[in-house]
Design a protein around this ligand. Structure first.
Ligand SMILES: *Cc1c(COP(=O)(O)O)cnc(C)c1O
Length: 410
């Protein structure tokens, strides 16, 4: 793979000035737009003209200037021709999948994915005539066996939530393309670190609610893709984004845009701190899972697909065995040590912590959870970057000792 610098790529995208030369872009809040020549209106509705093809804006569920600026920056970051931001990560995922997989179609999905996506594939889409087979993302033979003649999509997360299994994106892309199917990658856990589209993914989806926005103050998603696929999402007759209508608010688009310039700095710092903390916990004998540790089964694979300047990300898990022990650790971490907050979600500047099995993975049946390594005591941590690293280390080392999770205690 050629070296790719997503931060440089964003700066090379055409800069958008504010209406009066402002250093920040203006927010265009109009829902509808004045078409200067009446003859243009039918051409827009015939799909012959759009703002990126010499046409004017029409209506903000179709194209909006502020959202388009964000989309240009996201496409630059990802190295794709096009990006479509949406009102949530889930809407990005469902629109991309429904665009690629019609009624009667089949999806092969990693069995280690976000609980909401698991529910979408396992519980909701079958009602709409779309079936999914699940297989471990790191077992290529099992993935291949799951492919059927009607399979349209192979779906994986770069780092499986919450088990942090690493997807071998180049190998999965090669397999998908050999079988004439599209590879869709959810890269929510690893923006800038891993460039799925450059590794062969056809479509990259994000929950921008997490790292990309990074402030835990809005919900947003995006689809990074080819220009052709992006236009199909906006098609007036069959576009899943156009017709299901998960339009991002331009004010939220502006907020995300203002945080993209420091996404790289944030990812580096999340990764730097998470590595130090994971190494220390491992030394203490704690059952910690982190892709930056040599003990992680996907460590070498991750290094092969990641941009080394960003480290290994901010997500780790600690297996406390039982829910009682995990809850005891959570109570100490939040209420005694102020290490982090008991909350779902991730990518915030403060550390967020939750028990996956009973929260963001609870949509996955208990038996299946067990099979894929989600124990009731599996604690997921999204490591933040506030406070001094030294004091954070002191807090978590004291907490795991109090909870009886260290080698000396355990
Ligand atoms: C949170 C999350 C989603 C869903 O995103 P929303 O913005 O909450 O709709 C999808 N995939 C992963 C990996 C997530 O962590």
């Amino acid at each position: 793979m050629q070296p790719f610098d997503p931060e440089q790529a964003i700066t090379e995208a055409r800069r958008e000035f504010g209406e009066h030369g402002g250093v920040v872009p203006s927010i265009e809040r109009s829902s509808t737009f004045t078409v200067m020549e009446p003859g243009e209106m039918p051409e827009i509705f015939a799909g012959k003209r759009s703002p990126d093809r010499g046409g004017s804006y029409l209506y903000s569920r179709h194209f909006n200037p502020t959202i388009n600026v964000l989309d240009r920056y996201l496409a630059a970051m990802e190295g794709t021709e096009f990006a479509v931001s949406t009102a949530s990560g889930m809407s990005a995922i469902v629109c991309a999948l429904l665009q690629l997989c019609p009624h009667g179609g089949h999806i092969v999905s990693s069995n280690m994915i976000y609980g909401g996506t698991h529910a979408l594939l396992n519980d909701m889409l079958p009602e709409m005539g779309i079936r999914t087979s699940f297989a471990p993302p790191d077992d290529l033979a099992a993935i291949e066996r799951a492919i059927r003649p009607e399979t349209k999509v192979l779906y994986v997360e770069t780092l499986g939530n919450p088990t942090l299994v690493v997807a071998d994106i180049p190998a999965l892309a090669a397999l998908a393309h050999e079988r004439g199917i599209k590879l869709v990658v959810d890269n929510t856990f690893a923006p800038m670190i891993v460039p799925p589209a450059r590794l062969g993914a056809d479509v990259v989806v994000y929950s921008m609610t997490k790292y990309i926005n990074g402030a835990s103050d809005l919900i947003a998603g995006c689809i990074c893709c080819t220009r052709e696929f992006g236009h199909s999402l906006y098609d007036l007759h069959t576009g899943r984004v156009m017709l299901l209508g998960p339009t991002l608010d331009p004010r939220a688009a502006f907020d995300v845009m203002q945080r993209l310039p420091h996404l790289g700095l944030r990812m580096r710092e999340h990764g730097r701190r998470a590595l130090v903390i994971a190494q220390r916990l491992e030394q203490e004998g704690v059952a910690v899972i982190y892709p930056g540790l040599a003990s992680h089964p996907g460590h070498e694979k991750f290094k092969a697909i990641a941009n080394p300047v960003y480290g290994f990300g901010g997500m780790m898990t600690v297996d406390c065995g039982t829910a009682e022990r995990a809850n005891a650790l959570l109570a100490v971490l939040q209420n005694e040590e102020q290490f982090g907050l008991i909350a779902v979600s991730l990518g915030y500047y403060d550390t967020l912590m939750s028990c996956s099995g009973s929260s963001t993975s609870s949509e996955i049946p208990a038996r299946e959870q067990q099979a894929i390594g989600i124990s009731p005591g599996l604690l997921r941590l999204s490591i933040g970057y506030t406070g001094s690293l030294e004091s954070r280390l002191g807090q978590i080392v004291r907490a795991v000792a109090k909870a009886g999770l260290t080698r000396a205690n355990g």
